[in-house]
Write a new protein. Sequence first.
Length: 349
Amino acid sequence: MYNWLMKFFSADMAIDLGTANTLIYVKGRGIVLNEPSVVAVAENRLMGRKEILAVGMEAKQMLGRTPGTITAVRPLRDGVIADFEVAEEMIKYFIRKVHHRSPLTAPLIIICVPSCATQVERRAIQEAADAAGARKVYIVEESTAAAIGAGLPVEKPRGSMVLDIGGGTTEVAIMSLGGIVYSNAVRTAGDQMDLDIIEFVRKNKNLLIGENTAEEIKKTIGTAISPKDKANELTMKVKGRDLLSGTPRETIITESQIASALSQTVTKIVDTVRHALELTPPDLSADIADLGIAMTGGGSLLRGLDAAIRAATGLPAFLVDNPLACVARGSGKMLSSLDKNKHILQTMY
């Protein structure tokens, strides 16, 4: 009777627990939350524990702007939990935010993880969701959820290829007949692009900028391919701290400079795709040549990245609709037909 009541009152959900952003899909409601995976923490030395001050967008605005007693942290790195205690509190906060019914509700949760996550890392994610109040937790690989969310014909006897570029990991997967034929993940993605930009500006402009500024540069003038028309290339004014004088200073960055800064990361992503194609069975390769490479995740929005992949592989590469929400949308579809998808869902105990 108790279990029946819990199922009745709870709203089962799928969580795309990303390094950069967390999205939550609630059964029957769709995607109801999309917030940065950032938590503002104060050390409570008297109590010997961390005190959570803010989560999500409010916490992200504190990055690089906190006093010594407060730290704005990302509890996930490379798509997996780096700080278990803070991650657990973040998951609890997000679940409470979307669950407006009763504190007694205990939802069934599907959580997406990178394919490169170890068994220990997967168990840590499941334990964090359990501690946050889930009645049952399933783990699914991000690339699988991305392929389903992109609307690829993964259940058919045809090869489908998805490239999911998130904040912490880049994943490539080839699927057929509802299963993964090949998958690989590298811990190089959107966050590494931000670090590349910070390092470039530091070395070439003697200017120190923060993560939020680097992300803004990436979104505004970031490109994977250096423009041919240098006279009309995009530029952006950037403010930071002069490394020589220690005072605030402004400089101008061009898109060709950002293309140079991102070249190593872009090459690593392209090489990951090429390596996957080299290991693909011939018949599935023919299917991929017809269907193309579906690009999902926030990192895939980098301008010119699809063209760089097309140039390197000779295959069509395309951005799916709303690539940021693709993983959450796919895991939400699995939630809606749980019995059909149990063969690709894992539970660590």
